[in-house]
Write a protein that binds this ligand. Sequence first.
Ligand code: C5P
Length: 232
Amino acid sequence: MGKDVIIACDFADKESVLAFLDKFTEEKPFVKIGMELFYAEGPAIVREIKARGHKIFLDLKCHDIPNTVKKTMNVLSRLDVDMTNLHAAGASAMMKGALEGLTRPDGTHPILIAVTQLTSTDQETMTSELLIDRPVADVVLSYAKNAAASGLDGVVCSPLEAGIVHENCGKNFITVTPGVRFADGDVGDQKRVMTPAAAKEIGSDYIVVGRPITAAADPVAAYRRCVAEFVG
Ligand code: C5P
């Protein structure tokens, strides 16, 4: 599995994201397009960024009944993205349906990963609102195991959980980890963070990095620093 840095392109419109990507004249970073940009600009923005030569992680976090997610993934498969995702909370029937919908006639499919427990949901919220009494780590691991058993390629999780996920689901089961910060950088609203070097050490396959790159005075230098620390 090739390790890579994925830039979270959390921009509200086409002009902002393209102006940002224009700064990269020598490399073509792997980029994440999330709900904000996709809902603002639609599939056209995916095609445009793909045509510029970037790999794309389409982060739409699908979660619905199996039939709806299967049909949605079938539509997304035509966009030819490199990675996409869903919520593991949709359970195995939904995950299996999604994989079926995403699979092209030649049997290949973009990397399909499952969001385990959102890092914005803490133990207190899980217990009092979702009525889940088990520790977050148990829930994340159970979601990861369900995703692996459903044939998915990996999970989105905190870098702190990447090691345990690999131990239980195998080293080829991909871990995609947000919550990455430089040792001397701003943490912002992220609660549990790790440096790119530490994420490499613990075994993350892909790190998703937003503001440490997008809000940097020199985004290209920040991206290169991330790659140097994470990929080596
Ligand atoms: O700017 P920052 O590096 O915090 O961006 C992290 C990216 O990863 C954002 O696009 C955010 O939505 C996403 N993400 C996250 N935590 C999760 C799942 C996704 O930060 N648990």
